[in-house]
Every structure is written in structure tokens, then in C-alpha cells.
Design a protein around this ligand. Structure first.
Ligand code: XMP
Length: 513
């Protein structure tokens, strides 16, 4: 494994993904983890990530004591570059001139990272502090007009670092530099491939579950579908998939799960109609976190009951619950690092304390693109593998205000129109996600067919993204927006206004709640 040490910003995830794109397994660890604990993971290499602090500030995160004595090849990036310089006896200073965005570095001595690459390279920078003198034993490999030490290495001791961000696509030779560190600097081998991931995960599930019975929370989304297909491969009929129709699904979703998924995988499927129960539990609740907690709780309760029903008359209870939790959920909920809890994702944060199951989370270490590739590897159809991500709490968190059956029906109709028109325009794969949000507590005046109306607005929230950590609002063609708007106001009773959300993430999140 390659350890990516997280210095408190969200750069670490992108670095971890890029390492995996080089077919080397990586995991994120907090910078507060003691060096001995890191060594116990037997890392082939360590990467120090960027971060928002200044190395000489009071309380700024530093490298764990003894990190540079472990004998593990280490690559410092941005803040990590400064941490390495300072820890080994170099100097870090604050500058009046910041370098944000595109810059050009000049290679001063090729060393291992830059050998054979062009003398001048476009890179992505984001810093104000800079390394003014490299530690003893290091060669300065690159510099810019304002940064004398933009790259340095001590090949003998296995230390490499750069001030710029090789993980960002704007850095021309970033991936090549990363590959060199991994393969040449650290001797990593490219054996993290889909076939291996599938085989290893299947083996791990077999080991965990043994002869036990498991149920899987099938939501219709790609994550739970891939998790279920994988577990089905591992333990066959010991798995029963439970599909809870909580009434917060989009139009046609239940049918898709029952038809497409079951046809391909042949899993045992148990459908529970729990619409009334969820509506009752959500009655009058408009606080987003509250909704998430309630939905998460009811979900598990319904499963527990289904689990009992499935094995009625048998002696073995169902002991395992399969969930499609992904690595970003784990990291964002603070499970991987010290990063703060941004939203309590119901896969992780909203589970009740009296949980009766042992969790099986075969995708816990994977990023979304890896899950899709794994789904294809397992033979799932494109309609499932390439579905837009859909939050576990479903339309419940896309109604701003309390959830009622009537509001759900309105939103379902508007959402179905938006999705259909996106597909018709051939834009499905260009858009990461396209939430439609109903502002249920807002009303505005309109005029339809000579009559004054007093209806609700909906918000279209199409976004592009690579991993949901950051996102941009999608520039949908005006004609597509216009067709969606006309159809929604014509066809959906109660909606008399359609708006488009043009906020990126950050500062907005993708969902409105
Ligand atoms: P935000 O709104 O935080 O969403 O930008 C990031 C991604 O996570 C999805 N999401 C959730 N998924 N349970 C889930 O399983 C949740 O509670 C939840 N909240 C947000 C969201 O759709 C987007 O893909």
C-alpha cells in the first residue's frame, strides 16, 4: 500500500485516486497517526499531501515524529514539500507574492522525477509559503520565478518533493512524475487492477461471512447494485437482497431494480412496501439532518424485520448486512482522517446504536470510478453501472420542507421530465448528477391559461463532477433547459416556476439538504 498522509485539506483524496490510476493501492491516513502505526501497515511509499496551514504556525500539522527515519520512500507535495524541507533542516519562508493557479517551472537538475522531461513545464500551484533552502543532501531539481526550490530530491535516502500539485490535470507531466516516484523511487508494482480487485473482494467477503446469511440493502443505485452483485458472486444463495420501497424513489426506479438487476444477477429479491411507515416517521419534519437520521433509522428497522421474515422457521438468523459504502463516504464522515463531518451520510453516520447486524462493506476502499469499472467487470448492464448517483435518503432530501405524499408525487413528475429530456439530448454521461429540488414551502404568483396561479418553484441542479467532492454547475444548452421548463410547467400541476442553480461546490453542495 501507499499511504497518503492527509494534512487537512481535501487534496489527499485526489492524490489517492491518482496513485490508484497508476495501478497501485493507496489509502489515506491522518497526519496525527504515529509513525509506528504507519509502519505497521507496511507501506511501500508515503506521500505527504497538500494542506491549508503554514508550517511555522502554532499548531500547524507536522510530520509524525520519526516519519523520516522509517526508511520508506517519501514524496512531499505542496504543504508536504514544506513539511519535508523543514523537518530535515531546510528553510521555509513566507512570501508577499502568492502563486495560485498555472505557473511554469524550470528544471534545474533533472534528478529522477524530471529526467528526460522538458526543461520548462506547466504546473498547478497553490501556495504562499515557499522553501527557500533545501536540506543538506538534497538536490534542487526545479524552480520558478518566485519559488527557488519548487522541486528537490535526495535519491539515496528516498526523499522527493515538489511545490506544485502533480495530481491536478493542469500539471502537464504530473502523472508521469507520480509514476516515476511510485515505480522507480519506491519500487511499487502496478498490480491494482479490476480483476484483482474483484477477486480479492470476493475472497474477503467469503472469509468474513463464512456460512452465514446476509441481506443487502438494494437501493437501485450503482453502489448497492455492485456491492450486491459482488457478494452474490461470493456467497450465492446465502445472500438475499431486500428492496425497501420507502416511497422516496424516482419514477420507474422500483421497476428497474425488480427487472434489470434481478434478471442479470439472479439474486434472491425480497420487496418490502414501506411507504406508509416512512411517511409517518417523516411527518412534519423539515430539518435536513433530522430527515437523514429518520430515514436511516427506519431503513435499518425495516431490514431487521425483513431479515427475520426471510429466515422464518430456520435456525440461523441473518447476521450480515451488505452496504455499498464508498471510500469518499468513509473519509468525509471522518472515518479515514480528521476531516470534519460535512453531512452525516446515512450509509455511515445515521446508523442506530442498537444495530443488530455486522456490516459487510466490500466497496469501502473504492472510489466511484473504480466501482463502475468493477460493475462492468461483474457483467452488470450499462443502465445500472452508469446511473447517476442518487442519495440514500432519496427525494426526501430534495423536498425543502416537510415530506408529504403529494409533494413527492409533484417532485417525481418534475424529475422524470428533466431526466427524460436530458437523455433525449444525449447528455447523460456528460452530467454527473441532475437533482431536481422542490421548494415546497415557497410559493410564487404565476399566470397559466388566463388564471392566476400560486404554485411552487422547482430548482434544476445539473452538475458536472469527477467524484462529488467538488462540482461545477453544468452549462446545459438553452434549448434543453427551455424544453424542461415548458414541459414541467405544462405537465406538473402545482409547479409554476422553474429555476436553475448556478452554484459550484464549494461553496454549495450538490444536494440542497
Ligand atoms: P453533497 O450534497 O454533499 O453530495 O454535495 C455529495 C454526493 O453524495 C450524495 N449524498 C448522499 N448519499 N446518503 C447517500 O447515500 C446521503 O445522505 C447523501 N447526501 C448526499 C449526493 O447525491 C452526491 O452524489
Amino acid at each position: 500500500t501507499v499511504l497518503v498522509v492527509d494534512f487537512g485539506a481535501q487534496y489527499a483524496q485526489l492524490i489517492a485516486r491518482r496513485v490508484r490510476e497508476c495501478h497501485v493501492f493507496s489509502e489515506i491516513v491522518p497526519s496525527t497517526m504515529p509513525a509506528a502505526e504507519m509502519l505497521a501497515k507496511r507501506p511501500k511509499a508515503i506521500i505527504l499531501s497538500g494542506g491549508p496551514a503554514s508550517v511555522y504556525e502554532e499548531g500547524a500539522p507536522a510530520a509524525p515524529e520519526g516519519l523520516f527515519d522509517l526508511g520508506v520512500p517519501t514524496f512531499g507535495i505542496c504543504y508536504g514539500h514544506q513539511v519535508m524541507a523543514r523537518a530535515l533542516g531546510g528553510t521555509v519562508e513566507n512570501s508577499d507574492v502568492a502563486e495560485y493557479g498555472g505557473a511554469t517551472v524550470a528544471v534545474t537538475a533533472p534528478g529522477m522525477l524530471f529526467a528526460g522531461l522538458p526543461h520548462e513545464q506547466a504546473v498547478w500551484m497553490s501556495h504562499r509559503d515557499f522553501v527557500s533552502a533545501a536540506p543538506e543532501g538534497f538536490t534542487v531539481t526545479a524552480s520558478t520565478d518566485v519559488t527557488p526550490v519548487a522541486g528537490m530530491e535526495d535519491r539515496e535516502r528516498g526523499f522527493f518533493s515538489v511545490q506544485f500539485h502533480p495530481e491536478v490535470l493542469h500539471t502537464e507531466h504530473g502523472m508521469e512524475i507520480l509514476r516515476r516516484f511510485l515505480y522507480e523511487g519506491a519500487g511499487c508494482r502496478p498490480n491494482w487492477t479490476m480483476v484483482n480487485i474483484a477477486d480479492e473482494s470476493i475472497e474477503a467477503v467469503r472469509e468474513q461471512v463464512g456460512t452465514g446469511r446476509a441481506i443487502c440493502a438494494l437501493s437501485g443505485g450503482v453502489d448497492s447494485a455492485v456491492a450486491a452483485a459482488l457478494v452474490q458472486r461470493a456467497i450465492g444463495d446465502q445472500l438475499t437482497c431486500v428492496f425497501v420501497d420507502h416511497g422516496l424513489l424516482r419514477k420507474g426506479e422500483a421497476e428497474q431494480v425488480e427487472k434489470d438487476f434481478v434478471a442479470v444477477t439472479g439474486v434472491n429479491l425480497h420487496v418490502v412496501d414501506a411507504q406508509e411507515r416512512f411517511l409517518a416517521a417523516l411527518d412534519g419534519v423539515s430539518d435536513p439532518e433530522q430527515k437523514r437520521k429518520i430515514i436511516g433509522r427506519e431503513f435499518i428497522r425495516v431490514f431487521e424485520q425483513a431479515a427475520r421474515e426471510i429466515v422464518e422457521g430456520e435456525t440461523e438468523p441473518v447476521r450480515f448486512l451488505v452496504q455499498g459504502t464508498l471510500y469518499p463516504d468513509v473519509v468525509e464522515s471522518g472515518g479515514g482522517t480528521g476531516t470534519s463531518n460535512i453531512k452525516s451520510h446515512h450509509n455511515v453516520g445515521g446508523l442506530p446504536d442498537d444495530l443488530q447486524f455486522t456490516l459487510v462493506e466490500p466497496l469501502r476502499t473504492l472510489f466511484k470510478d473504480e466501482v463502475r469499472a468493477l460493475g462492468e467487470q461483474l457483467g452488470l448492464p450499462a443502465e445500472i453501472v452508469w446511473r447517476q448517483p442518487f442519495p440514500g435518503p432519496g427525494l426526501g432530501i430534495r423536498i425543502i420542507g416537510a415530506v408529504t405524499r403529494e409533494r413527492l408525487d409533484i417532485l417525481r413528475d418534475a424529475d422524470a421530465i428533466a431526466r427524460a429530456e436530458l437523455t433525449r439530448a444525449g447528455l447523460d454521461r456528460d452530467i454527473w448528477q441532475f437533482p431536481v429540488v422542490l421548494l415546497a414551502d415557497v410559493r410564487s404568483v404565476g399566470v397559466q391559461g388566463d388564471l392566476r396561479t400560486y404554485g411552487h418553484p422547482v430548482v434544476l441542479r445539473p452538475v458536472t463532477s469527477e467524484d462529488a467532492m467538488t462540482a461545477d454547475w453544468a452549462r446545459l444548452p438553452y434549448e434543453v433547459l427551455q424544453r424542461i421548463s415548458t414541459r414541467i410547467t405544462n405537465e406538473v400541476r402545482e409547479v409554476n416556476r422553474v429555476t436553475v442553480d448556478i452554484t459550484s461546490k464549494p461553496p454549495g453542495t450538490i444536494e440542497w439538504e
